[in-house]
Write a protein that binds this ligand. Structure first.
Ligand code: MSP
Length: 630
């Protein structure tokens, strides 16, 4: 069994968690879950960074003891991670006695190696970063480049770490291990900083009280918060008290973090480890920033997206999916609500949701909620779908190895789209009309169910709840891992679970602007612009079933050419489901969805309605689905 040790940064508790923190943590969770499904022995670490001058100051401003403040703020991180389904194995707090002792032990090891000496620091310090800056690094020699706020000038007698001593070794190590710092652009940034020279760094703060006391000198304040924080990656797995666990998991397989703190992880941390005689982490990945209106999401700038609220509104899995699918992990990405809704509607409600709904509706209709046994040989179309399913994990693995989550999802969605196309091409609703095609119908629907099972496993690191719901609906109760990605493992003749939509469409409220300059019309007349507001489309009825509790309504599943929709139509007294299935009809496609007997009806089909008669409007010639009617 391979081990896989993955970490997030530990987050400052000086304010509530926001989407930037959640972004890193969700990514790490996805990778941890992916490796668990591979059968690896995973250790996923996250936690909070509770010490330092900044937190000392915030607690003082609030007039509460630091520990009490940290406890309350930590609770917010813990509960957000619970809500977002974060499956960490250990949550580290730097105020825990275990961590404090082990952090001191690491400091002493570096001291014993002769790499710590006393000196005086005089220079710039950014409090929110908890970071020393050279004047040349500040904007106009004054403002922190991350927070764009004035840095403070400080003068202290501190202990220094002989970082400069490790410059050549670090360059050598980075060159010899091309995957050590990722993505490539960050590696190049680090190398250019190293090549331009490396100064020794202050690693204690004599003027700060809230932290881990310097172990070798009681009157010298506390460890510099970054030294305290970086050591969490080994204190959490037993440096100091559990050598077996430490040697099992260290070195870390990947440290994930935002790009602004890559220097600490790729330079200071490896140098500390070299000094203490410990192996270096295998990979450091510095991802891009989430921005809103082009500005970094950050508590300091007040530019915040609240992940909990987003999850309440759209669902946890929609949030997990969107942020991993929309942006390339190494680059910055700007968030818009419209972009979010569009992505969720098209990928989840339309593509994946429709595949599930269409398949299950047809199984229900034709096989009484029992997964049918495939009957007869597979043809070319079947084999294409089967082979794509079988080969999917091998395509996705290398993308996950390079933390290219968006490409991994894009690749999985090739299968979602292929399966939808397979349904269109095999047209099971037509097969269902001929009893002689029953065997073929069973094969087609079984293949769709099996593809859905494959998809449920492949998406489960990204959307664990939805994955389980899909499995429940297709009747699978055993836990699925990557070892179950074997074609034909869905048992024949099992019963479907309760079938219900998993990814509802998000309704977009659009404002229709009225043009006051237009000539007035009488009440019975409309203008051509009024008419143009109607979006009428040629669609096909895929399936139809009576709506429970009434004999007037049919629930129609409609193919629109770009996906499917549910439409509840008051035609049950005039049409049997068999009569309407397969008909090309006209849909008012931009009608606001309405809830009819608990079902969301997404549009209306046109019909001529007399006193006791009704005739559905169909088209005279065969036209492609989605064609506009005007
Ligand atoms: N406490 C330090 C880290 C110590 S690790 C040994 C720290 N904490 S922090 O609370 O400021 O969190 C920074 C991390 O939060 C970033 O590295 C990144 O992982 C995440 N993000 C915060 N804002 C972000 C964005 N706007 N976009 C993406 N991620 C961001 O630094």
């Amino acid at each position: 069994m391979d081990k896989f040790y993955i970490t997030t940064p530990i987050y400052y508790v000086n304010d509530v968690p926001h989407m930037g923190h959640a972004y890193t943590t969700i990514a790490a969770d996805i990778l941890a879950r992916f490796h668990r499904l591979c059968g690896d022995d995973v250790f996923f670490l996250t936690g909070v960074d509770e010490h330092g001058q900044n937190i000392e100051r915030v607690a003082m401003q609030k007039g509460i003891p630091e520990q009490q403040y940290c406890d309350a703020m930590t609770e917010q991180f813990v509960s957000l991670w619970k809500k977002l389904n974060i499956s960490y194995d250990y949550f580290i707090r730097t105020t825990s006695e275990r961590h404090k002792k082990a952090a001191q032990k690491l400091f002493k090891a570096i001291y014993s190696a002769g790499d710590i000496y006393k000196g005086e620091y005089e220079g710039w310090y950014c409090l929110p970063c908890e970071r020393f800056y050279k004047e040349s690094e500040l904007i106009d020699g004054k403002l922190c480049p991350i927070h764009e706020k004035p840095a403070d000038w400080i003068k202290e007698h501190n202990y220094f770490f002989a970082l400069s001593k490790y410059r050549d070794k670090l360059i050598e190590y980075i060159m010899a291990n091309p995957d050590f710092i990722q993505p490539e652009s960050r590696k190049n940034e680090v190398l250019s900083v190293l090549k331009s020279g490396l100064d020794d760094r202050s690693i204690s703060r004599s003027s700060v009280k809230w932290g881990v006391p310097v172990p070798i000198d009681q009157d010298s304040g506390v460890l510099y918060v970054w030294v305290d924080a970086l050591s969490n990656y080994i204190t959490a797995i037993g440096y100091g008290d559990d050598p077996d666990t430490l040697s099992r998991y260290w070195p870390a397989d990947v440290h994930i973090m935002g790009k602004e703190i890559v220097f600490f992880h790729a330079v200071i941390w490896p140098a500390m480890l070299m000094s203490a005689g410990l192996p270096l982490p295998k990979k450091i990945f510095g991802h891009g920033w989430l921005t809103k209106d082009g500005k970094k999401i950050s508590k300091t700038t007040g530019n915040i997206i609240n992940p909990g609220e987003l999850a309440n509104e759209f669902g946890v899995d929609a949030v997990r999916y969107f942020f991993m699918r929309e942006y390339s992990f190494g680059s910055d990405g700007d968030f818009t609500r419209e972009g979010f809704i569009h992505r969720i509607n098209s990928d989840l409600a339309n593509d994946l949701g429709n595949l599930l709904n269409r398949t299950l509706a047809m199984v229900k209709q034709n096989f009484g909620e029992i997964v049918p046994s495939p009957d007869g040989d597979s043809n070319e179309l079947d084999n294409e779908l089967i082979n794509l399913s079988i080969g999917m994990l091998e395509k996705v693995k290398p993308l996950m190895d390079k933390l290219s989550f968006n490409e991994a999802l894009e690749t999985i969605w090739e299968l979602v789209r292929r399966a939808n196309k397979y349904l269109d091409e095999t047209a099971p609703w037509r097969l269902a009309k001929e009893p002689s095609n029953r065997g073929r119908l069973a094969t087609v629907l079984y293949n769709c169910i099996e593809t859905l099972r494959f998809l449920s496993i492949l998406i489960s690191p990204f959307m664990p709840d939805s994955s389980l719901k899909i499995q429940e609906q297709i009747g699978i109760s055993e836990t699925q891992t990557f070892a179950d990605l074997e074609w034909g493992k869905t048992p024949h003749n099992i019963s479907l679970g309760k079938v219900e939509p998993i990814f509802p469409r998000i309704e977009v409220k659009t404002k229709v602007e009225s043009k006051s300059t237009e000539p007035k019309t009488s009440d019975s007349e409309i203008t051509i612009d009024d008419f143009r507001k109607l979006d009428l489309r040629v669609v096909e009825v895929l399936s139809a079933e009576p709506v429970e509790g009434t004999d007037k309504l049919l629930l129609l599943k409609i193919a629109t050419g770009s996906g499917t929709r549910n439409v509840v139509a008051g035609i049950a007294e005039y049409y049997s489901p068999e009569e309407i299935i397969g008909k090309k009809v006209i849909l008012v496609s931009n009608l606001k969805p309405a809830n009819v007997r608990g079902i969301e009806s997404q549009g209306m089909i046109l019909a001529a309605t007399g006193k006791n008669e009704l005739s559905i409007v169909t088209i005279d010639k065969d036209m492609p689905l989605g064609t506009k009617v005007r």
